[in-house]
Design a binder for this molecule. Structure first.
Ligand SMILES: *[C@@H]1O[C@H](CO)[C@@H](O)[C@H](O)[C@H]1NC(C)=O
Ligand SMILES: *[C@@H]1O[C@H](CO)[C@@H](O)[C@H](O)[C@H]1NC(C)=O
Ligand SMILES: *[C@@H]1O[C@H](CO)[C@@H](O)[C@H](O)[C@H]1NC(C)=O
Ligand SMILES: *[C@@H]1O[C@H](CO)[C@@H](O)[C@H](O)[C@H]1NC(C)=O
Ligand SMILES: *[C@@H]1O[C@H](CO)[C@@H](O)[C@H](O)[C@H]1NC(C)=O
Length: 420
C-alpha cells in the first residue's frame, strides 16, 4: 500500500512541470498516456434510437480521445465496478478521461482527513468488520440478522485513527441484510455492479489523494466534497467544529500550493460555502453548492425560488441531482426537456453541475426500481441508449458545465465527441 503510493509520489515530482506544458499536450498527453474508454460507450451508442444525435455519436467512434474536464469522476470515476474512493477507482476514472476527480472528505478520531463518501459508511465500503480489533471500536457493533430484524452495524471514520483507517481495504459499497455473520455481511452488490475488484482497494487520506491526482498525466482537477457528519457523530467532535474541519480541508490545498483554478470544493452545508467564500476568496469562484433540498414537489418549488438568492449571496456554481434538471415535455409529452429548476438557474446566472450518472443500473428498470436520478423522466425511460439522450439535453439545452459519473468513459465519450 505504502510502496504504491510512494512510487506515485515520485511520478508527482517528475510531472510537477505540468503547468509549463502547452494546453493541448495537457489534454492529449501523448503516447506515454492514452485515455481508454472500453466497450461501454459503444454499447450505449449502438442502442440510441435513429436520430441526428445517434449519427453524430456514431461518427465519433474512432475520434482520438482526450481528457475532458466536463467528465467528473464520481467517488473516483470507476465506482460502478471498482471500490469507491480508492486509488483504483481514481486511476480508473482518470484512465477513462475524467478531467476532474472526486474525493469525499471525512475526518478520523485523530482529526485526519480521509476519502470516504460518508463519515459512517465503513461497515459497507471497507472490510472493517473482518478486523476484530477495529470492529470493536464501531459506533454500533455488528448484530446478526434474526427472524425479525436485519443485520446492523455502524462504523465511522471518527471511530478510528488515521493509521487504523489506512489498514482497511476498500470494497464495493453494499451489505447483506440477512447476514448472520460478518463474512456474509460483506456482500450485497447489485448484479449489474461486480465484486471482481474487491481485492483490497487502497484507501486514501485526503493529502495522499491530492498527490495521487496531481501525479496523473494530463493535468487533472480536484473536486473534493466536505461531508457533514450524520447524527451519530454530533459536532463539535471532541472540540472539532464543522468550521475548523472546513478550514483544515481547504488549507491542505493551500499548503500544497495547488492553484485555486484546479479546485472545485463542494458542500451540501451552506455554512461551509460561506466560510470558504469569506476566508479563502481565491477559491470562491469555483465553490460548488450541492442542492438536495427539492425532493418533494413543495420543496422543489422552494428550491427553484431560492436560486436567485443563492446567486446574490455569492454562490457561483450549484449542483443538483440530474432529476431536478429534467422533466417530461414537448408537444406529445414524450420528450426530455429542461425543468423549471434548470431554466431558473440559467436565468439567474448560476453555473450548473449535475450528479450522478451511471448509478442507476439498466435503464429498463429505473421506473420499477423508483430510481432517484431518473425520477423526473422515468415514465419515458425504457432502454440504455437513452443515457445519451439524457446527457445531450443536459449538455445542449440545460448547458451544464460538468457531469459526475460512476463510469467516466460514458461521459468522456460524449464530451469528446461534441468538443464540450
Ligand atoms: C435498445 O435496447 C433495447 C433492449 O434493452 C431494444 O429493445 C431496443 O430495440 C434497442 N434499440 C436500439 C435502437 O437498438
Ligand atoms: C432479533 O434481533 C433484535 C435486534 O437485533 C433483538 O432485539 C431481538 O430480541 C432478536 N430476536 C430474537 C428472537 O432473538
Ligand atoms: C446473506 O447472508 C445469509 C445468512 O448469513 C447467507 O445465507 C446468504 O448466502 C448471504 N447472501 C450473500 C449474497 O452473501
Ligand atoms: C422539505 O422541507 C422541509 C422544510 O425545510 C423539511 O423539513 C423536509 O425534510 C423536506 N422534505 C424532503 C423530502 O426533503
Ligand atoms: C403532460 O403531462 C403532465 C404530467 O403528467 C400533465 O400535467 C400535462 O397536462 C401533460 N401535457 C400535455 C400537453 O399533454
Amino acid at each position: 500500500m505504502h510502496g504504491k503510493l510512494s512510487s506515485l509520489a515520485v511520478v508527482a515530482a517528475a510531472t510537477s512541470l505540468v503547468a509549463g506544458i502547452p494546453l493541448d499536450r495537457r489534454h492529449y498527453p501523448g503516447q506515454d498516456y492514452l485515455v481508454s474508454l472500453g466497450p461501454r460507450p459503444y454499447y450505449l451508442v449502438h442502442n440510441v434510437s435513429e436520430s441526428p444525435l445517434k449519427d453524430k455519436l456514431v461518427a465519433c467512434e474512432n475520434k482520438p480521445v482526450g481528457i475532458q474536464s466536463w467528465s467528473i469522476g464520481h467517488r473516483g470515476g470507476g465506482t460502478m465496478q471498482i471500490p469507491e474512493e480508492t486509488v483504483e477507482s481514481t486511476l480508473a476514472g482518470a484512465r477513462m478521461g475524467a478531467g476532474v476527480l472526486e474525493c469525499d472528505v471525512s475526518f478520523t478520531a485523530d482529526r485526519g482527513l480521509v476519502c470516504r463518501h460518508d463519515i459512517c459508511d465503513l461497515h459497507t465500503t471497507t472490510n472493517i468488520l473482518l478486523k476484530p480489533e477495529l470492529a470493536a471500536k464501531c459506533s454500533i457493533p455488528f448484530t446478526p440478522a434474526n427472524a425479525t430484524h436485519p443485520a446492523t452495524a455502524l462504523c465511522c471514520t471518527s471511530d478510528i485513527t488515521t493509521a487504523e483507517f489506512k489498514s482497511l481495504c476498500g470494497k464495493m459499497d453494499g451489505f447483506n441484510k440477512t447476514a448472520t455473520n460478518v463474512e456474509d455481511y460483506q456482500h450485497g452488490t447489485p448484479a449489474w455492479r461486480t465484486e471482481l475488484y474487491d481485492t483490497c482497494g487502497q484507501v486514501l487520506t485526503f493529502p495522499e489523494w491530492i498527490d495521487l491526482v496531481d501525479s496523473i498525466p494530463g493535468y487533472r482537477n480536484f473536486t473534493p466534497e466536505l461531508k457533514t457528519p450524520p447524527k451519530a457523530v454530533p459536532l463539535p467532535f471532541n472540540g472539532y467544529t464543522q468550521a475548523q474541519y472546513a478550514r483544515d480541508a481547504m488549507n491542505v490545498f493551500v499548503q500544497k500550493g495547488i492553484d485555486p483554478s484546479r479546485v472545485w470544493f463542494q458542500s451540501f452545508t451552506p455554512a461551509d460555502i460561506y466560510l470558504w467564500l469569506n476566508e479563502f476568496p481565491a477559491f470562491g469562484k469555483q465553490l460548488v453548492y450541492l442542492d438536495e433540498d427539492g425532493d418533494t414537489p413543495d420543496n422543489f418549488t422552494v428550491a427553484v425560488n431560492r436560486l436567485g438568492a443563492l446567486k446574490a449571496s455569492g454562490v457561483s456554481v450549484v449542483a443538483p441531482p440530474i432529476n431536478y434538471l429534467l422533466t417530461v415535455g414537448g408537444p406529445n409529452n414524450d420528450t426530455i426537456v429542461p425543468s423549471s429548476y434548470a431554466i431558473t438557474a440559467k436565468e439567474v446566472g448560476l453555473d450548473v453541475i449535475a450528479w450522478s450518472f451511471e448509478r442507476s443500473g439498466p435503464l429498463s428498470k429505473v421506473a420499477a426500481n423508483e430510481d432517484y436520478y431518473y425520477a423526473s423522466i422515468a415514465p419515458i425511460t425504457y432502454y440504455d441508449g437513452q443515457a445519451y439522450n439524457v446527457i445531450d439535453v443536459l449538455a445542449q439545452e440545460v448547458g451544464i458545465i460538468g457531469l459526475f459519473s460512476d463510469w467516466s468513459s460514458t461521459v468522456t465519450y460524449y464530451a469528446n465527441c461534441f468538443d464540450l
